[in-house]
Design a protein around this ligand. Structure first.
Ligand code: KMH
Ligand code: ZN
Length: 310
């Protein structure tokens, strides 16, 4: 039987800001509502960041996650994946307290230090809803998103083993990050099967081009053989085409307003669920079947929804 396709939905992230779309959820109420809708639409994994309810700025504060997580748990059986990436301007120490407190089934794990530049987005807008948005975006021109081997080992040690047994979404933004992951795996920092998220389209990482996706996949095949599951996140305009291609190649897919605010060229998505519905239609036409949360748990070897701390 062909493998099912796991749909992840990344609900809000830390790239987009309130000015860019009125539909981007930046309050705990709307983050929870949109996450629940996305799960009901077919997302098996919800990749979650929090926001400060006062001004919609990126937050990793446990108090802000606390307003979101129980609502999702009550209304869905989706797998919750808490970011350890936070925002590109935060240190690793700042980024992991919520994951430690809530012990989710999954967390993201960024597999290398890099430029993670969002400043080009600031050039598109003249007026801003919130005063923090423009300085935040412009500051990323000179910022390094730090994920050293020491940082990666620290997150692996504190979340990967007992008592948390978190499975990581290994975010690989370039081919070198796959070699970083191979080093970490050989060092025994992670348990298989590993789950790789190929991230294409961030300025500072590899561009969202099909040749690059093939190169990433071929390299991962050489390094990890059949010991890995993989998914694709195309940031920006290539979100849906990259996801469709990944599914055709036997991979999993990630959509959501964290990665693209659009549903079609020039047309803002009105919700995360709208993007989940669209990728579901594409998968159906292609002959791919979305995985349920429990099927995704089995594919990825997760600890189970009864083992989380929220
Ligand atoms: N925003 C994505 C490009 C994380 O949360 O750890 C990367 C991301 C990082 O999802
Ligand atoms: Zn994220």
């Amino acid at each position: 039987m062909a493998q099912k396709t796991i749909i992840s939905c990344a609900i809000t992230g830390a790239i987009h800001t309130p000015t860019m779309s009125p539909y981007l959820p930046v309050h705990p109420d709307t983050i929870a509502e949109q996450a629940i809708e996305a799960a009901h639409a077919g997302a098996a994994i919800l990749h979650l960041h929090a926001r400060n309810p006062k001004d919609g700025s990126p937050s990793v504060a446990p108090e802000h996650f606390r307003e979101i997580l129980p609502r999702i748990r009550e209304a869905t059986d989706a797998i919750v994946n808490i970011t350890t990436g936070g925002s590109p301007t935060m240190t690793v120490a700042e980024r992991i307290p919520a994951a430690l407190e809530f012990s989710p089934e999954m967390c993201s794990m960024n597999m290398g230090s890099m430029n993670f530049a969002l400043h080009r987005l600031a050039d598109k807008y003249d007026t801003w809803v919130q005063p923090w948005e423009e300085p935040y975006l412009r500051s990323t021109e000179g910022n390094i998103f730090r994920n050293s081997f020491t940082d990666i080992r620290g997150v692996a040690e504190s979340l990967g083993g007992a008592p948390h047994h978190v499975k990581f979404e290994h975010e690989c933004y370039d081919v070198g990050h796959l070699y970083n992951l191979k080093y970490c795996l050989d060092a025994g920092w992670f348990q298989g099967p590993i789950f790789i998220q190929f991230v294409l389209g961030i300025l500072g990482g590899i561009a969202a081009e099909y040749d690059n996706l093939m190169f990433l996949k071929q390299t991962a095949d050489r390094l990890f053989g059949d010991g890995y599951e993989w998914s694709v996140l195309g940031a920006g305009a290539k979100q849906m085409p990259m996801a469709a291609t990944a599914a055709q190649m036997g991979g999993h897919v990630r959509v959501g307003l964290e990665d693209s605010l659009y549903i079609a060229k020039g047309q803002l998505a009105k919700s995360n669920a709208e993007q989940v519905e669209k990728i579901k239609r594409i998968l159906s036409e292609q002959g791919n079947t979305p995985a349920t949360p429990d099927e995704a748990r089995a594919i990825l070897g997760l600890k189970g929804a009864d083992q989380v701390g929220f």
